[in-house]
Ligand binder design. Structure first.
Ligand SMILES: Cc1cc2nc3c(=O)[nH]c(=O)nc-3n(C[C@H](O)[C@H](O)[C@H](O)COP(=O)(O)O)c2cc1C
Length: 353
């Protein structure tokens, strides 16, 4: 039986607790460069067992939203260096989430005004909110083999840049309807080459991304996030269990990946079936909002080795201390989740402030 406050070793890191901060896009990195305010935000949350940053684009085409940070330019690496230094100074640990958003993008985000890319020319049916209006995602351009090779290189170079920027590792974003999940899902992937047509083929891109990142920075610094049964961003999957078993099968040649991070959007039985197939560290996000009961129980019942929570960290920068003290817990203002300034971002006080 584990407890939130039991230490855990992941890769090269000895983490003081099992309560991780789940990745959360906050859209405050103008020009893709995280500034001082982003460093302050993450440093305030350094008592998380592990911070997983917001989704960070590995390339210009990988961006899906306004003012999200990147890991593909010298300026962005410098910006992140300030973040990782600030977190490490407070004794914390931090992974960068690398997120290529694929078809969940918009021409207004790219200097060339071109189309977003995806496994097939099928739109998400969703929209991007640019701070003023909702812009429908267009039909993406279907990736050819050179686009796929380029995306793999971009993931690898973003991982190397993350290490240069002082990150302890990276989480490959294979969840929530972005590029990797677009390949994994038969609703968005109707390819007839070796990347589509069967569960094994649909898993190929995800496996190749993990291979590329592992080659770049090592398995012990590479985590992967997945979301079987997700329907966000227009995702549909006829047989999630078959698909994710095929993915785990494809990853079997990697021993010692930092972790598999599963965000649950369907049945807990699936989660446990996949956990059984995964021999490494298993991180669970139960998506239970500010109710911490489900994550506490998941650890107590050994359904996960560590848990990641999102929303609770927004207004409770010292979440572990509050849990130890039995509360109180603050509630975040949803109007300031995405974009804006320090308000609703770095101005939530710690209990002892
Ligand atoms: C403001 C906000 C931004 C998010 N951005 C990301 C993201 O960049 N990458 C990701 O994988 N998940 C993202 N998520 C999903 C969270 O990581 C998490 O799975 C979700 O909030 C459910 O967990 P919770 O109930 O503990 O908040 C985001 C969630 C929120 C609330």
């Amino acid at each position: 039986m584990s407890d939130l406050f039991d230490p855990i070793r992941i890769g090269r890191m000895d983490l003081p607790n099992r309560l991780f901060m789940a990745p959360m896009t906050r859209s405050r990195s103008h020009g893709g460069v995280p500034g001082g305010i982003v460093a302050e935000y993450y440093a305030q949350r350094a008592t998380a067992g592990l911070i997983i940053t917001e989704g960070t684009q590995p390339s210009v085409r990988g961006q899906g939203y306004t003012d999200t940070p990147g890991l593909h330019s010298a300026e962005q690496i410098e910006g992140w260096k300030r973040v990782t230094d600030a977190v490490h100074e407070r004794g914390g640990h931090i992974f960068a989430q690398i997120m290529h958003s694929g078809r969940v993008g918009h021409p207004s985000l790219y200097p060339d005004g071109g189309l977003p890319v995806g496994p097939s020319a099928i739109s998400s049916g969703a929209s991007m909110y640019d701070g003023k209006q909702a812009l429908p995602h267009p039909v993406p351009r279907e990736m050819d083999s050179s686009d796929i090779a380029e995306a793999l290189d971009d993931f690898a170079s973003a991982a190397r840049n993350a290490v240069t920027a002082g990150f302890d590792g990276v989480e490959v974003h294979g969840a929530n309807g972005y590029l990797i999940e677009q390949f994994l899902s038969d609703g968005s992937n109707q390819r007839t080459d070796e990347y589509g047509g069967s569960a094994e083929n649909r898993a190929r891109f995800a496996v190749e991304v993990v291979d590329a990142v592992v080659d770049a920075i090592g398995a012990d610094r590479t985590g992967l996030r997945v979301s079987p049964e997700n329907t966000f961003n227009g995702i549909s999957q006829s047989d999630p269990l078959e698909q994710y078993l095929a993915l785990l099968d494809g990853l079997r040649h990697h021993s010692g990946l930092a972790y598999l991070h599963l965000t649950e959007s369907g049945s807990a039985e699936y989660t446990q079936r996949l956990r059984k197939e995964w021999r490494g560290t298993f991180v669970l996000n139960t998506a239970s909002g500010t109710d911490l009961g489900p994550v506490t129980r998941a650890l107590a019942e050994e359904r996960a080795d560590a848990v990641a929570v999102g929303a609770s960290w927004i207004a409770n920068p010292d979440l572990p201390a509050r849990i130890r003290a039995g509360g109180p817990f603050a509630t975040g203002d949803r109007a300031t989740y995405y974009g804006g300034d320090h308000r609703g971002y770095t101005d939530y006080p710690a209990l002892d402030a």
